[in-house]
Design a protein around this ligand. Structure first.
Ligand code: IMP
Length: 185
C-alpha cells in the first residue's frame, strides 16, 4: 500500500455495512439525546473524516444544537498517525460556557483526540464530551475519554463512510478494509 490510489476499481472487504451503521447511529442518537435532556449542545465535527457520520448523527439527535467544524491535519504517513497535529480550520464562535460534543470518525493512537481535547479545554466550555464512530483499542498510545463509541474494531486500516485512503473512498456507504486495486496493470 505504498502508492496512492489513482483508480476506482478497488478491492474492499466490507467490515460494517450501511444498515449496521444506520442502526448504531440511531441508538447513539437516542443515548445522547437522553443524556443532554433538551439542553443546547454545540456539536463539533472534526474535518474531514467525521463529516458524514456527524451529518447522520445530528439528525438522530432530538436536541437544540448548533454545529461547528474543526479542520485537523496530522503529520505522518498515510496510514499511521504521528500525533503532531495542526488546526487547519478553526471554530467560528466561542464555546465558552457551552456543552460541547466532539464528533470524530476514529480514535486509533488517541494522539489527535488528546491534542483536540487539550486545545478545546483552553476555551473554557461548560463540558466537553466525545462521540467517536470507531475505536481501535489495539492502536492506543494514550488514554482519552470516549463518552460514546459506535463500534470497536480490530487494528486494520479502514475506509469509507467519511474515512479516506489518500483522500479517496470517503463516499463509500459502508466501512471496509482497503485491499488495494482490484487488478494489477
Ligand atoms: P489517532 O491520532 O491515531 O487516534 O488517529 C486519528 C486520525 O487518524 C483519525 O481522525 C483519522 O483521520 C486517521 N485514522 C486513523 N486510523 C484510520 C483508519 O483506519 N482509516 C482512516 N483514517 C484513520
Amino acid at each position: 500500500m505504498s502508492e496512492a490510489p489513482n483508480r476506482w476499481d478497488h478491492d474492499v472487504e466490507v467490515m460494517i455495512d450501511a444498515e449496521r451503521i444506520a442502526a448504531r447511529t440511531r441508538e447513539l442518537g437516542q443515548e445522547i439525546t437522553a443524556f443532554y435532556k433538551n439542553s443546547p449542545v454545540c456539536v463539533i465535527s472534526i474535518l474531514k473524516g467525521s463529516v458524514i457520520f456527524a451529518a447522520d448523527l445530528v439528525r438522530a439527535l432530538d436536541l437544540p444544537l448548533s454545529m461547528e467544524f474543526v479542520g485537523i491535519s496530522s503529520y505522518g504517513n498515510e496510514t499511521e498517525s504521528s500525533g503532531v497535529v495542526q488546526i487547519t480550520a478553526d471554530l467560528t464562535r466561542s464555546i465558552e460556557g457551552l456543552d460541547v460534543l466532539i464528533v470524530e470518525d476514529i480514535i486509533d493512537t488517541g494522539l489527535t483526540m488528546r491534542y483536540l481535547l487539550e486545545n478545546l479545554a483552553t476555551r473554557h466550555p461548560k463540558s466537553l464530551r466525545v462521540c467517536t464512530l470507531l475505536h481501535k483499542p489495539e492502536g492506543a498510545r494514550v488514554k482519552v475519554p470516549m463518552d460514546w463509541v459506535g463500534f470497536t474494531i480490530p487494528n486494520a486500516f479502514v475506509i469509507g463512510y467519511g474515512l479516506d485512503y489518500a483522500g479517496l473512498y470517503r463516499n463509500l456507504p459502508y466501512i471496509g478494509v482497503y485491499r488495494g486495486p482490484t487488478s494489477e496493470d
